[in-house]
Design a protein around this ligand. Structure first.
Ligand code: HSE
Length: 298
């Protein structure tokens, strides 16, 4: 009547795939314990590691849980303990991990009445109160694992993409605050046709590279001419971090979600760790504190 789960951090956008591509990390995520209660409804019983609301209609984990609960109408209630390891506002899917974890766990406790697409749909309700819009590019990889592409949100259609062997992600989280709403507000409403052509060529190529284990093509496709030129200005030292990551062997690097975290992809764990060190060296020389993670993409 109780389940403990790990709800992973995720990287949305993956450079060229703004609002559609994402992948799942396995070394950083939140722990959550969800238990059945005789009292009906959804209750947040414990939050460790972050200052987040306990009110069921304000916490993303309970909002998504309520969406599932109201649909399933089970004969019991649930209480949720959240052990937050992903810092809110880090750009690696903190709110989406909370939103996904609760629905995933409750679905398990109910005997799995819902499929992954339905769980993503419920979790989007939680994500919406955190970010102001229902996008699923962090939720989908958290629930499906590996790489995902959100083909559409209405109706929700998620494509699971294959991951080449030995693909590793390095994440550095410089601890400055960037609100997703602000990082979205600075984006242009229209883009030049030439940039659109470059961007969809990169998205298509990246998907092809994942399907064919083509690291060279993957590397060539990790470019973002639409969003990164604007958002990178919000992240101190972004250009040098990216350049150094590539210099030590990363296939490419970009902004994780709406930032401030920066991700890089590498072909081996050794390279991913060298990339982490190169990224750390840059922020060590500043007064910005940071965390780094290296994670295999499965
Ligand atoms: N795709 C979203 C963005 C992810 O970049 O704004 C952040 O929640």
């Amino acid at each position: 009547n109780q389940i403990k789960i790990f709800s992973p951090a995720t990287v949305a956008n993956v450079s060229c795939g703004f609002d559609v591509l994402g992948f799942c990390l396995d070394t950083i995520g939140d722990d959550m314990v969800i238990r059945k209660t005789t009292e009906k409804g959804i209750r947040i019983s414990k939050i460790v590691g972050a200052d987040l609301p306990f009110e069921a209609d304000k916490n993303v984990a309970s909002v998504s849980a309520l969406a599932l609960y109201n649909d399933a109408q089970p004969d019991c209630g649930f209480e949720i303990d959240i052990y937050k390891n992903i810092k809110p506002g880090s750009g690696i899917g903190s709110s989406s991990a909370s939103a996904s974890g609760s629905v995933f766990a409750i679905n398990e406790l109910l005997g799995r009445p819902y499929n992954k697409t339905q769980l993503t749909q419920f979790a989007m309700k939680g994500e919406a109160i955190a970010s102001g819009c229902e996008h699923a590019d962090n939720i989908a990889p958290g629930i499906f694992g590996g790489f995902t592409l959100v083909k559409s949100t209405t109706p929700l259609q998620v494509l699971q993409l294959p991951t080449p062997d030995n693909l590793y992600a390095t994440i550095i989280h410089p601890q400055i605050e960037i609100k997703t709403s602000e990082a979205r507000a600075i984006l242009p409403k229209n883009i030049p046709l030439q940039n659109a052509i470059t961007q969809w060529s990169n998205v298509g190529s990246l998907v092809h590279a994942l399907h064919t284990n083509d690291y060279k093509l993957l590397s060539d496709s990790l470019n973002d001419v639409v969003v990164e030129p604007y958002r990178s200005q919000l992240i101190p030292h972004f250009d040098v971090v990216k350049a150094e990551a590539i210099k030590v062997g990363a296939l490419g690097a970009g902004i994780s979600g709406s930032g401030p975290s920066i991700f890089a992809l590498s072909k081996s764990k050794i390279t991913a760790e060298a990339v982490a060190e190169a990224m750390q060296n840059i922020y060590s020389k500043t007064d910005i504190s940071f965390n780094t993670y290296v994670s295999k993409i499965n």
